[in-house]
Design a protein around this ligand. Sequence first.
Ligand SMILES: Nc1ncnc2c1ncn2[C@@H]1O[C@H](COP(=O)(O)OP(=O)(O)OP(=O)(O)O)[C@@H](O)[C@H]1O
Ligand SMILES: CC(=O)N[C@H]1[C@@H]2OC[C@@H](O2)[C@@H](O)[C@@H]1O[C@H](C)C(=O)O
Length: 366
Amino acid sequence: MMLTAIGLMSGTSLDGVDVALIETDGRRVTAFGPSGYRPYTESERNLLRQALYEAVDLPQRNARPGCLREAESVVTSAHAEAVAAFVAQHRIAFSDIDIVGFHGQTVLHRPERRLTVQIGDATALAKAIHIPVMHDFRAADVEAGGQGAPFVPVYHRALAQSLQREGPIVVVNIGGVSNITYIDGDTLIACDTGPGNALLDDHMFRIMNQRFDGEGRTAAQGRVDAAWIARALKLPFFALPPPKSLDRNDFASLKLGDMSPADGAATLTAFTAAAIARIVPLLPKEPKSWVVAGGGARNLTMLRMLRECLAPAAVQAADTLGWASDSIEAQAFGFLAARGLKGLPLSYPTTTGVPIPMTGGVIARP
Ligand SMILES: Nc1ncnc2c1ncn2[C@@H]1O[C@H](COP(=O)(O)OP(=O)(O)OP(=O)(O)O)[C@@H](O)[C@H]1O
Ligand SMILES: CC(=O)N[C@H]1[C@@H]2OC[C@@H](O2)[C@@H](O)[C@@H]1O[C@H](C)C(=O)O
């Protein structure tokens, strides 16, 4: 049975809520609908930053001490507003949507403690938008001993299959954190690779009061400190084989030495590219082609550095294939919701390290 699903993603960059509509049977995407975006306001973003800070010592997934209760309510209302604006703009009737996939906002990810925390009240959202909402996608996986991330690989696989291209293909998503999906015939392997834009964004904000390095212009003017990158890549995470996953702030303690803002941006951009390339020797075969998605695909310096690190493999931005680069994660959570409804696996031993393929997600009804 075909389902019409809306996916909602609020990623580690804390920039806003992505919305996307797809039609799917949980295996293939039969139609791509429109996508939308509801940015967080400055004060909402500050509250979310504070929530990440206060979540560091959370004992369990339902605890909401300090500002977390308020942050949760802000996340819920931002998502309700995002859906309301989206359906109004595209004249979609609530009754035409079968399911909403609601990721929520990750505030802490500690799979080694069997803990991953996404805030957002799915019951309140379902009541506000009058549509059943699937949420808590990562919980069952982590409880079963999986990494609980990344979860987009089943969706990357569906997109890559439609290319009918010879493998291995890798889809890399550069958001706050970077993750890859390796697809070669029936082989599906995934993991987080290291930083995405989070370190660079934090640097740009601290030093230049800008939210990000637009098109990679600042990094393009700087010099890369290769010795700093070589030292950073010695951290044990980078030598671990997939599956593996990260919290947004896992590398936040890495400090640049005394360097200019542009050299800092160049070094952090090159670090993201080098960390992505570092996964290649840990994969079964060298990938033939790479597709780059997420906000990092708009950073031209990042793309240039990735091409240098991954040569001779082909490196292409997802947009050039007609994929909606900025909406892939939102589409993925619509797809995952459809798979959850049908009891299909969301994660596998080779994507999250879960002992057996696992379905997941919990439904909240209006
Ligand atoms: N025009 C641009 N030039 C350079 N970088 C950009 C541009 N637009 C977005 N970005 C980068 O992409 C980031 C947002 O990426 P994205 O929306 O994919 O992240 P996310 O979904 O929040 O994160 P994650 O995938 O880790 O959950 C921004 O914070 C910024 O660093
Ligand atoms: C715990 C968590 O929210 N992880 C995010 C984060 O952002 C990117 C990377 O780290 C990835 O593992 C995951 O998001 C995507 C959507 C995923 O699950 O595939």
